[in-house]
Ligand binder design. Sequence first.
Ligand code: GAL
Length: 654
Amino acid sequence: MTKQRLGVCYYPEHWPEDLWAEDARRMRAIGLSLVRIGEFAWSRLEPEEGRYDFDWLARAIDVLHDAGLSVVLGTPTATPPKWLVDKTPSMLPLDAQGRSRGFGSRRHYCFSHERYARECERIVTALAQAFGAHAGVVAWQIDNEYGCHDTVESYSPAALIAFRRWCERKYGDIAALNRAWGNVFWSMELSSFDQIELPHLTVTEANPASLLDFQRFSSDQVAAFHRRQVEIICRHSPGRDILHNFMGGFTAFDHFALGRDLDVAAWDSYPLGFLERSHRDEAFKRRYMRVGDPDFQSFHHDLYRACGSGRLWIMEQQPGAVNWAPWNPLPAKGAVRMWTFEAFAAGAEVVSYFRWRQAPFAQEQMHEGLLLPNSEPNEALFVAQAVARELEEIDAKVETEDADVALVFDYESAFAWRIEPQGQDFSYSDLILDFYSALRRLGLNVDVVPPTPEALARRKLIVAPALFASSAALAEALAESGAVVLLGPRSGSKTEDFQIPSRLPPGDFRALVDVAVPRVESLRPDAQIGVDAQEGAAFVRWREIVALGERAEVLLQCVDGAPALVRRDRFLYLSGIPNDVLRAAIFRRLAVDAGLNVLDLPGHIRLRDNGPMRYVFNYGESDFDLSAILGEAPLLLGERRLPPCGVALFRRPR
Ligand code: GAL
């Protein structure tokens, strides 16, 4: 079983060389095992075209390795140097307004630019040949946060040519594309693939089907760009893990697809920054401003663990205040430790803090690290040290097993509903996160999974709202799962081609739930439709008028008499977005129907099982008495009265 370890992100090129050995010694002394380096260092690795300077990196890797640290080496392709941009200006991405994005920060490249991709292959080959067999290099991080700063889509000439070829491969002949896109509408018909334009700068909205294909294409370009580096590293650095650091709250490419070319899915967890940027209301943000959203971190752990086929790392963990959110408060005392253990509870192999020493220069000066810019310890250094000791004491290992509950997450649905929200505040990601929160508030472990038959097998409860397209295969997988299944709203309401299905929504899912959805409405924020579940229960933002088949039974009704929750056998259809009250009521009922053990937890307490071990986390502001869920089990971490930011660990009662 894999031991759970700590790491840190380090930039040797930022510091005088005579600091490195002392840095490495201190890292090891506080109990860190891994260090990620190199991911932005192209200008130092190749100061001029073809003149490689790898000696400093070799010395840095040796120093770290000699101190007993394992190295994760980043490929530097997120930061092409100035000479390369000047030599190949067409590699710069164009934004949706057609403007070139400039040099002077990072991610200034277009995924479709073949010459840039070849430059990447060249530098990555050189690095992999130089360091691929080094005993200290245990893993490679490819590039850095694909898509960060809105860089998945590019509207460049290179993207246009690549998109035309992508469409040609997909459709074969232009008549098929015209049909799929519905191009007869507004005289948009094309007579050859070379007439295709990128879907931007149109007078009013572009055709949603072309937008969806462009999003799929852009997603494929990211995966293809990635794969080229994977192949090189596999060749020259066998036996090392290949990973990429995904972001939170980011759905511009299909992470499950990219995950097929990863050994480990990693992500960068910044709970306070993400909360400030999230859809939560002001009161919620104020309440959790120093601890973060109690569900956001674990949602991403659960999602990315699936992207990594079970293997998860936190490549960057927030250690203190960050610099990039609208407001950047300090974490509460104990919060960094709690986030760290929450990742381990969800099966992370590694949690690596960002960054070792705060930078006194350039863009991220205000981002804290484990050390202050002058090398004195900052608070997180002591946190990391204490956690490292605790990990040893509890002998922490990855022990996850499949959860009884699967929440389906589908990147294409995220694309589709961003293209056609129909109400301006309809967000697929927010809907999924809200459903996830409701499940976790019942004390349930949840796997966030793709809509594939394998991922759905052996579950007790499957929650799959707003899957934009149905398919007979998916309907069959849901039928065969044996689980209680919740569909809707918006499930199966389009075909893969972004058209309304001929047999009406929910398309092939009608075989399961026996309803049809002929009409829908979106609701302004101050309008809601009461539902008879209990006082205060209502639909918000979205509601559907459902026509019942013979086998459908109404479980809940809207105040105007329209069905709100409908059941046929084990399959339920929800015809709107539930508010907090309705969501809690529905999920409790579903969990009970599915035979799950439901706990009554306060809103700020979260629980997570790592195999036989149970963790409890207190995101609240007051102590929580564990007695009811702990029984007589001895505590390995924490106290029976769990303080704010407290972490408890015990062997779960079976
Ligand atoms: C991440 C990024 C890091 C650093 C960090 C600051 O998005 O990968 O390089 O910028 O944010 O929080």
